[in-house]
Design a protein around this ligand. Structure first.
Ligand SMILES: [Zn+2]
Length: 327
């Protein structure tokens, strides 16, 4: 569990601890931002500091509270998340929250409830949480964490103080990523591919994710050369459909940026420029927009659990790509 926030979160962190130390931290925070921006280290550092008995700027790491947390169990922390393959946080999990809030803290300090991903609470769960959010009792801190806060019920959002994290400037994130990847050029490249999201960039630069991107690149190349889409789909593992669509969306956005501006500096995946130029010979920007809408909708359906067969989604998606590339 992270004890310190990430380097570019320093200003946010200062504000949080000022509020905490002056007793003005609200009892419910909604912390949001896209996946890969670094919500977890900030949340974990805040939980640790809240449960620490002798906090400085960050949790001390030494006290009984810190040691319990470090060992993976603190009686005054309740974490609610997705269980196994479920895509929803259900009302029984929130009833446990309500029971937990009704007790006094065992260690005499704060009780902390972390709910993540908060947007996974179904309507019954959300409604059950409202009562605790309205009457939380003394020294209780709710931390709701969400990639897409717009999917929370407005009644939940309005009872939380909302902290939305934005992507750091490249000069803030690059040194951190360079330390992790061991190379400045790699750090710049992957940060750009990840749209400026540092933790996502680190993930994409990992071996498995790199291989998937390479496979997709070869597939894209094959389609540009007139390859047969359903046959080519076999190169990819349909279980990675969400990531495949994510890349496809990013590449289409690049094609649109390039088509509208003519400026190769605008693209995020600079290594794909030769393929983009090839692809742009046959299709127009408005075709890319249409395909982009389709890809976004498919990705949304996949995330909502609405489409049971990833292989079919993948094939349908590649058939559309290839139709544009060949026209
Ligand atoms: Zn401590």
């Amino acid at each position: 569990m992270a004890m310190t926030p990430l380097p570019w979160q320093h200003d946010r962190w200062r504000k949080l601890i000022e509020l905490q130390d002056s007793g003005r931290l609200p009892h419910a925070l909604l912390l949001s931002g896209p996946r890969g921006i670094g919500k977890q280290p900030l949340v974990e550092a805040l939980i640790a500091r809240t449960l620490c008995r002798a906090p400085g700027d960050v949790a001390c790491g030494e006290c009984h509270g810190c040691r319990m947390l470090g060992a993976g169990y603190h009686p005054d922390l309740l974490s609610v998340g997705l269980v196994e393959k479920s895509r929803q946080i259900r009302v029984d999990a929130i009833r446990k929250v309500n029971g937990f809030v009704a007790q006094t803290a065992q260690q005499g300090g704060y009780r902390v409830i972390r709910i993540e991903p908060a947007e996974a609470m179904n309507v019954a769960a959300s409604n059950a949480l409202l009562k605790s959010l309205e009457e939380p009792g003394e020294r209780t801190l709710f931390i709701l964490v969400s990639d897409t806060p717009s999917r929370l019920l407005p009644t939940i959002r309005s009872r939380c103080q909302h902290w939305n994290l934005v992507a750091p400037r490249p000069e803030e994130a690059e040194p951190w990523l360079r330390d992790r990847l061991g190379d400045g050029g790699e750090a710049r490249f992957w940060l750009r591919v990840a749209g400026g999201l540092p933790l996502l960039a680190e993930e994409l630069a990992g071996a498995d994710a790199r291989q998937l991107r390479q496979d997709m690149r070869e597939l894209f190349d094959a389609l540009v050369r007139g390859g047969e889409p359903v046959g080519e789909a076999a190169r990819l593992d349909a279980q990675s459909l969400d990531r495949i669509l994510w890349y496809g969306i990013g590449w289409l956005e690049d094609l649109i940026r390039l088509g509208l501006s003519g400026d190769p500096q605008q693209v995020r995946n600079s290594d794909l420029l030769p393929l983009y130029r090839q692809a742009a010979k046959n299709a127009r920007v408005r075709d890319w927009f249409r395909l982009l809408d389709y890809a976004r909708e498919q990705r949304r359906l996949v995330a909502a659990g609405g489409n049971p067969n990833p292989q079919l989604v993948l094939e349908a998606w590649l058939v559309r790509w290839s139709a544009l590339l060949r026209s």
